[in-house]
Design a binder for this molecule. Structure first.
Ligand code: ADP
Ligand code: MG
Length: 370
């Protein structure tokens, strides 16, 4: 077997070309969807990597990596390229990282603050089924504000049902309908307390623009962001369910925030599982990989995402990753020392090392101005 070219055996055998090709150990994995979007460069032989996120099984993407590894830049690069191909891009942006991006591309930025909120009770049509679905969303949303011991599902249910019968769908009426229930004390914060304006405004959610960023960074701390993320995601999902006439990508940055509460996590998993039927891909972006690797819901979201982009990982998580991402020990070590924008791409059963390449014409959109 050594390459000395001495034939000491002198026994000839004819090999077919396929068999002969196995003697060439220089084959590396390549991922190339002819009708896909450009992702970057194969790190081993500099060929171009194209992926089409809309696959037969699902169109979901995970982007995982430590802080500063290049997750947001990767997300913006993918979003730009899909947007150019006519996919609607919707982004839930907890840190205000996508505002410039959307504005430069002519998209719409919906900023959440006390002066600019939404009406969580609004419903565009009134079929019984939709009303009941919406009530489920609201009940989970209110759980963020009511301590478990005080939370009374049946009372909320009744109050919401009569609210939707009454047609006067706003916070004042809702709190009145709740009557003497102790829950009113906890929900008041949304109507007249420190969160007023955010969730008791008149605005209805619509998805008209081709590129929409929901900037929830003005909400400040995580306590307010998590309920807002849940409410927005579930309202968007409701709209997508009603009208799935076009290809859409929903980017959720800091997606681990949707795994904290069990009911929210169940919703998130179901959305990810059913998204393909509605022409939707969900892009989950997070630096808290552990949250996804440990819990059953996080794991289900990972396994229901056909495209996984692993940027630099912390050494502490590497041993856990092997269970979900099949790779060699060497590859796992590599994950701990990747540079910015360097990644391991997983797709179906294939995986490969690649580098994101931001084209000069895209830099103005993708890189934040200092
Ligand atoms: N593919 C890339 N090529 C060049 N620079 C990059 C790339 N990805 C990220 N960067 C740089 O690294 C910084 C951090 O990237 P970012 O996407 O914000 O990280 P994360 O979202 O993972 O915290 C960016 O501001 C950008 O300057
Ligand atoms: Mg980021």
């Amino acid at each position: 077997m050594l390459p000395f070219n001495n034939d000491t055996l002198n026994q000839n055998k004819i090999l077919q070309s396929t068999a002969a090709s196995y003697l060439m150990p220089f084959v590396t994995k390549q991922i190339y969807d002819p009708d896909g979007i450009f992702l970057g460069i194969n790190a081993y032989h500099d060929t171009l990597v194209f992926i089409n996120p809309f696959t037969v099984r699902n169109s979901n993407i995970n982007i995982l990596g430590v802080s500063g590894a290049g997750k947001s830049v990767t997300a913006k690069t993918l979003a730009t390229r899909m947007y150019m191909r006519g996919t609607q891009i919707i982004i839930i942006d907890p840190e205000g990282e996508y505002i410039e991006f959307a504005k430069n591309l002519g998209g719409e930025v919906i900023q959440f603050s006390r002066d600019n909120g939404i009406n969580p009770f609004s419903l565009q049509t009134d079929t019984r089924e939709e009303v009941l679905d919406h009530i489920t969303i609201l009940k989970t949303f209110f759980k963020f504000f009511i301590p478990p011991a005080k939370y009374d599902s049946a009372v909320l249910d009744q109050a919401l049902i009569s609210l939707y019968e009454s047609k006067k769908r706003n916070f004042d009426t809702f709190l009145k309908t709740l009557g003497k229930s102790e829950m009113v004390d906890y929900l008041k914060v949304l109507n007249t307390g420190s969160l007023q304006g955010i969730f008791n405004a008149k605005r209805e959610l619509t998805l008209d623009n081709d590129l929409i960023v929901f900037d929830i960074s003005p909400l400040g701390d995580s306590e307010k962001k998590a309920p807002a993320m849940y409410l927005l995601t579930s309202l968007i999902w409701q709209l997508v369910n009603k009208k799935s006439d076009r290809k859409r990508m929903l980017f959720i940055d800091e997606a681990h925030k949707l795994l904290i509460d069990r009911e929210v996590a169940i919703f998130y998993r179901e959305m990810v599982k059913q998204a393909r039927k509605r022409n939707l891909g969900v892009v989950s972006i997070t630096q808290d990989v552990e949250d996804f690797l440990h819990g059953e819901f996080g794991k289900a979201i990972l396994t229901n995402s056909e495209t996984k982009i692993l940027l630099k990982q912390s050494y502490a998580t590497l041993s856990l990753m092997g269970n979900i991402f099949p790779m060699t020990d060497e590859e796992r070590q590599q994950l701990g020392s990747l540079g910015i924008g360097e990644l391991v791409l997983f797709r179906e059963n294939e995986h490969m090392r690649a580098d994101i390449l931001v084209l000069p014409s895209e830099e103005q959109y993708v890189f934040p101005k200092k």
